[in-house]
Design a protein. Structure first.
Lengths: 283, 278
C-alpha cells in the first residue's frame, strides 16, 4: 500500500500551491511567493517544477518529463517515477499524448495544444538579480516597471562581445508589463512562449517563487533597436540521423573518429520522426 | 548674475528615530543633533535654500553636519522626513518632488539630476565596463539604441579625459581619480540641468584633485549646468562655488557669496572653520 497521499503532497500544500499558480495566471509574469516544501529530491533539481506538477496532477493526466530535451536522463526518470509511484498515472515520452509536461531547459519541438500544461523548472526566477542583490529592491523595481538593469546586462554583453551572448534564460517582457526569466531554455525556445496555446507555469523551489504565462499572452524577448533578438542559428548543420535543420541541435563528438556531428536535442521528437519514417536510431 | 532658481528647497528635515516630547520642543537642548533621551538623530533640520540656473552652490561643514544626508535626500537615496522641493523642470516648478511616487522620483533622478558620490563604489558598477556605466543612465531614460549610446558615452569619456581605448575596461581597473571622472561622465550622460557632487575630491592626491576640480569647472563653464558641491575642504569650495551655505549639526547657520563667507565670516563657527585652516 502506498504510504504517501495522492501526488505526495498533503491537500493543504496543494491548495496553497494552486492558489499561487492562480495568482500567477492572473498576473502574467509576476513572481508569486509560495511556501516551497522539502521534497524527496535536492533543491536545485527541479523541486519547484515538481511541486507545481504535484499540485496540478489528476488521475486522468498523462505525464511527460524531460531534462535538456531528453526523456531518459536520470533526473527526468526519477521525477517521473516519483509522480507515477504516488499517483499511479500514466507517463509517456510522446509530447502529443501528454496532458502535463514537466521540463528543464527545453520546450518540446512538437507544438503544444490548449489542453496541455507545460511546467518549467526554474533555478533563478529574478531577471534583475545580476544587477541587484536585494530582494526588497527588485520587488520595488518590478512594481515601478524599472527594468533598465535587464537592458544594461544585454548592453554590457554587446560592449564585450559585439553581440548578446545570453544563451539561455534570455529575459522576456510579458504582456507589456513584467520582465521575466523564462528559465534556462535556449533563445531558440523563447518565441514558443509568445501567444502559446498551452498554459506555461514556472516553479522555482529554492527561490520559493511561482509564475505563469497564460495561453495567448504576448511575450517578447527584450532587445535594442539596432541589435534585434535572434535565436540560435544552425546554418549549414543538420541532424545526422533525421536530416532536419530547423530544430534545436546538440553538438556531439564521435568518440572514435573525433568528428563533430549534430543530433536533435528533443529525443522523443527524433524518435517519433524516425518511427514515422520506419527506421530506428541505434547509437 | 543668477536670476531664476532652478531648485528650491524648503524646510527639508531628515531624522533617524521617532523623536520624543523633549526633542520635539522648539529650542530643545540636544547633544549636537542627537537627542540624549530618545536617541533620535536630527541629520538635517529645516534646511531651505535656492539653487540658481548656472550657479555652483557650495555646502560646507564638518563631518556629521548633515551635508551628505542632504545630498542623498536630494537624490532620493534617502526619504526625507518633512520638507518640500521644487524643480523648474518638473511640473512647472509647482509640484513637491519629495511627495512624488517612486517612479516619478526615479524619472527625476535619471533625467534631471546627476550625482557624483564620494565613494565611486556607490555610483558605479565596478565589474561592468566604463561605457556601460555611462550608458546606464541613458538606458534608464529610455534610450534603446546601442550605437547612439556608444557615441554619446565616448564623447563624455573624451570630455573627462579617459582614453577611448579604455572605455571597455571596468572602473575597478582604474585609479581613484579616473573612477571619479567616470562617475562625472555618467552623471552627465542624460544631460541633466543639475549636478550633485558629494566630496568628489576627498581621498585623491593633490594633483589628481586639481585635475578633477579643473574638469568640474570646465564642465560648468561649457555646459552651464547648475551644481551643488558638498565638501569639508574650504579650498575646494573657494575654487568652485559662487555661493556657499555653512552647515552645523544638521542646520544651515550661514549663507552668502563664497568670497564673503571666506573673507568675512559672520557666525562664530564659520569664523572658527575659516581661521582653523592649516
Amino acid at each position: 500500500m502506498n504510504k504517501f497521499p495522492f501526488a505526495f503532497l498533503d491537500e493543504q500544500s496543494k491548495k496553497e500551491i494552486r492558489r499561487a499558480i492562480l495568482k500567477g495566471v492572473a498576473i502574467p509574469g509576476y513572481q508569486v511567493p509560495f511556501a516551497s516544501r522539502e521534497m524527496p529530491i535536492g533543491r536545485g533539481w527541479g523541486t519547484g517544477g515538481l511541486q507545481v506538477t504535484l499540485a496540478l496532477v489528476g488521475k486522468e493526466d498523462v505525464l511527460k518529463v524531460i531534462d535538456q530535451g531528453s526523456d531518459e536522463s536520470v533526473n527526468a526518470v526519477n521525477i517521473k517515477k516519483l509522480v507515477q509511484d504516488t499517483t499511479g498515472i500514466e507517463t509517456t515520452i510522446h509530447t502529443s499524448e501528454a496532458t502535463l509536461i514537466q521540463t528543464r531547459h527545453r520546450i518540446p519541438e512538437v507544438p503544444l495544444r490548449s489542453d496541455q500544461i507545460l511546467v518549467l523548472q526554474v533555478p533563478e526566477p529574478e531577471p534583475l538579480r545580476p544587477v541587484e542583490r536585494s530582494e526588497f529592491k527588485t520587488k520595488q523595481l518590478h512594481a515601478e516597471k524599472e527594468y533598465s538593469g535587464a537592458w544594461l546586462l544585454l548592453f554590457e554583453q554587446i560592449m564585450r562581445y559585439n553581440q548578446t551572448t545570453q544563451g539561455a534564460d534570455y529575459p522576456v517582457l510579458v504582456h507589456d508589463r513584467y520582465v521575466m526569466n523564462p528559465s534556462p531554455i535556449p533563445r531558440f525556445d523563447n518565441p514558443k512562449i509568445n501567444n502559446s496555446d498551452a498554459l506555461m507555469l514556472f516553479g522555482a523551489g529554492r527561490e520559493k517563487k511561482i509564475y505563469a504565462v497564460p495561453p495567448y499572452t504576448k511575450v517578447a524577448s527584450i532587445a535594442f533597436d539596432d541589435y534585434p533578438f535572434e535565436i540560435e542559428r544552425f546554418e549549414g548543420k543538420s541532424c545526422k540521423v533525421t536530416g532536419l535543420s530547423n530544430i534545436f541541435l546538440d553538438e556531439m563528438t564521435d568518440e572514435v573518429t573525433g568528428e563533430t556531428y549534430y543530433l536533435c536535442n528533443d529525443t522523443s521528437f527524433m524518435k517519433e520522426f524516425l518511427e514515422k519514417r520506419g527506421t530506428v536510431y541505434v547509437r | 548674475m543668477f536670476d531664476k532658481p532652478i531648485l528650491q528647497i524648503e524646510n527639508l528635515s531628515k531624522q533617524y528615530g521617532e523623536g520624543c516630547p523633549h526633542c520635539q520642543q522648539k529650542g530643545a537642548e540636544l547633544e549636537r543633533n542627537f537627542c540624549p533621551i530618545c536617541k533620535t538623530v536630527y541629520a538635517c533640520k529645516d534646511i531651505s535654500f535656492d539653487l540658481y540656473e548656472g550657479e555652483i552652490l557650495g555646502i560646507v561643514g564638518e563631518s556629521g553636519s548633515g551635508k551628505s544626508t542632504l545630498m542623498k535626500s536630494l537624490y532620493f537615496d534617502e526619504e526625507v522626513t518633512t520638507g518640500e522641493g521644487y524643480l523648474t523642470h518638473f511640473g512647472g516648478g509647482k509640484e513637491n518632488i519629495f511627495t512624488q511616487s517612486g517612479q516619478q522620483q526615479r524619472w527625476i533622478r535619471n533625467t534631471l539630476l546627476g550625482m557624483v558620490y564620494q565613494n565611486p563604489m556607490l555610483g558605479l558598477k565596478m565589474d561592468f565596463s566604463s561605457i556601460s556605466n555611462i550608458a546606464e543612465k541613458q538606458i534608464a531614460a529610455g534610450n534603446r539604441n546601442v550605437d547612439n549610446m556608444v557615441t554619446r558615452s565616448n564623447e563624455l569619456l573624451d570630455k573627462v579625459n579617459i582614453p577611448i581605448n579604455r572605455s571597455k575596461e571596468p572602473p575597478k581597473n582604474f585609479s581613484g581619480g579616473m573612477q571619479q571622472r567616470v562617475q562625472i561622465a555618467k552623471a552627465l550622460s542624460s544631460n541633466p540641468p543639475i549636478l550633485l557632487l558629494d566630496e568628489v575630491t576627498t581621498g585623491l592626491d593633490l594633483s589628481v584633485q586639481a585635475a578633477v576640480l579643473d574638469l568640474i569647472k570646465t564642465i560648468q563653464r561649457v555646459l552651464g549646468i547648475s551644481m551643488i558641491v558638498v565638501s569639508h575642504d574650504l579650498a575646494v569650495i573657494r575654487m568652485l562655488a559662487d555661493r556657499t551655505v555653512v552647515m552645523l549639526n544638521g542646520q544651515i547657520i550661514e549663507e552668502g557669496l563664497t568670497d564673503r563667507i571666506l573673507e568675512d565670516p559672520a557666525h562664530p563657527y564659520t569664523q572658527q572653520l575659516v581661521y582653523s585652516l592649516l
